[in-house]
Design a protein around this ligand. Structure first.
Ligand code: MG
Length: 247
């Protein structure tokens, strides 16, 4: 048993089953105290939306918050990592992207609080998702390098190329304080793929969405565990599978 860097998505991964979340919290609190383990939340939510969630649900305080699908990183006290923000904003052509997205009536802007300096977020319904290749093509024609991240058959986030939860995780791990075997990532949907792509040890919760399951099938990895149980129950199941949690 050793210290752990646990990186988890919130909605429909850690959050979704209050009883299991409580069990997870109790275990992690103890683990953190004993081994100096660290907890990282990697969420699509903006800081504001994350703060709203913390008033509704008992979440442990995270050591690091990766917010807005990786475009922002915060430390305790909600201190923004300015260096990451300037990296993730390099060559960011917001006006160019807005102009192109306006050609697609299927794209509906999400609420103002989810629009970030370096992220644009839209609702895109499943039956309209066929526009994605055309949207990507239009961006390339205009010389705009952007990352399109589609999750839950509903949310489309557009960010600078290579900005995602995975690149944010790689950034916070650049000082190698944790060995690869000590880092576990957990998720349920499309915007978590980038986490699994940069880290071998992973837990996909039982309620995962098809876009993540499909990616998992196409990129099988022995150290990635597909849980039966849903939400935090799936995380617990995976931690037991890896021999990290015993009880
Ligand atoms: Mg999720």
């Amino acid at each position: 048993m050793s210290r752990l860097l646990l990186v988890t998505d919130l909605d429909n991964t850690l959050v979704g089953d209050d009883g299991a979340l409580q069990r997870f919290n109790g275990w992690f609190k103890q683990h953190r105290q004993t081994y100096g383990s660290k907890l990282v939340y990697a969420t699509g939510r903006s800081l504001k939306s994350y703060q709203r969630l913390t008033t509704q649900i008992a979440l442990l305080e995270a050591d690091i918050l990766i917010a807005s699908v990786g475009s922002e990183i915060y430390y305790p006290g909600y201190k923004l990592d300015e260096a990451w923000s300037s990296l993730s904003s390099l060559d960011w052509n917001r006006a160019g992207i807005v102009a192109i997205t306006q050609q697609f009536p299927q794209l509906i802007l999400q609420s103002e609080s989810e629009q970030r300096p370096f992220k644009l977020s839209f609702v895109l319904h499943k039956e309209d998702a066929f526009i994605l290749p055309e949207l990507q093509a239009q961006l390339i024609i205009q010389g705009i390098e952007a990352e399109l991240i589609y999750s839950n058959d509903h949310d489309l986030d557009i960010m600078r190329r290579k900005v995602n939860k995975g690149s944010a995780l790689t950034y916070i791990c650049r000082a190698p304080r944790f060995a690869a075997k000590q880092i576990v990532v957990c998720g349920d949907s499309g915007n978590d793929i980038a986490l699994f792509a940069v880290n071998k040890l992973g837990i996909i919760v039982g309620n995962a969405r098809t876009e993540l399951l499909q990616w998992h099938q196409d990129n099988l990895e022995d150290d990635r565990y597909l849980a039966q149980a849903n939400y935090a129950g799936g995380i617990i199941e995976g931690l037991k599978h890896f021999g990290i949690m015993h009880e």
